[in-house]
Ligand binder design. Sequence first.
Ligand code: C2O
Length: 357
Amino acid sequence: APIRVPDLRECELAVDASVTGPPMTLTLNCCLPIPPQSPINFSFSQYNSEPRVRQAAHKVSEDYIAKYTRAYELMKALPDDDPRSFYTQADIHCAFCNFAYMQAGNSSVALQVHFSWLFLPWHRWYLYWHERILQSLLGDPTFSLVFWNWDDQRDGGNVMPDMFVRNGTALYDENRNQNNLPPAVVRLRPNSTGNDTAIVNQNLNDMYLDVVTAITAELFMGGAYRTGTDLTNSTVLDAPLGGLLENGVHNGVHVWTGDPNLPLIQDMGTFTTAARDPIFFAHHSNVDRLWDKWKYDMPDGPRTDHNDSDFLDAEFYFYDETATLVKVTVRDSLDNSKLGVSYPTMDTDELWINYNP
Ligand code: C2O
């Protein structure tokens, strides 16, 4: 059976543990607020979106950066218990990634939206609602997230985008690896070594492996996760159902960004705190862009998502811009154009698409 939405009244402390450093476990409360109004079902007609093109973070204008910063200032100014606040937005990630809720109809197995075919759809919806809230706070329905173009190895995308490293702004986060601030070149695999040229080549190789060679939905998106599938003991180092994109370059950028001097590589290096860094949403916009790239633009032609009904009918909860809880399905996430989202053509994609290892 597909994953159904959990009962939000039944919440447990979330658990996070180090997987790379010395053993350390953290429990924390990221239980989500329960709005007074009843949850509603998503429909395209009710949530009609302005078409918008998410731009690369390293290419946007100073005006855009000012607006983006303002949007996060407004979100961060909301009280923590407001479902639209930056605080609660990050807790949504913590809650569904660190076992705060049990699967509906299966109270012995915790819900996990990573490490499986749920990963890409869940994060696409997460960005969608996060972006709608920012739009509504700004009063600008055309506002869109930017993407961190870390796969670009030629035109300046492969460093931490300047807009996120301006100390003291709402887009800044001090819990990052201070050795990886610009001009450090991103390492898409934490273990790549050597000079910048070597890292760039390794990055192209990793992109080629994780996207171009991932010809099936199983390989790219990850394996089946249904009611009863138990990933409680999986970690980023041992995620047998995780797809290549998630387990590879996506995890790589998380670990590269977080602070290695903190026990769980916070903020970006662990699920509980990853979305406390505004760069998270730009990172995931690129992951989302690469899903479309994989689907529509590979040299061997279009590729297909899973079409198992346990995939299509899986359900999640998110808050909309009025703080109402909305139930969405994986099925409704699969076509970005229906959500109003698109990405520009980046000719630097050709560098990794045509990379010959
Ligand atoms: Cu929910 Cu990039 O992790």
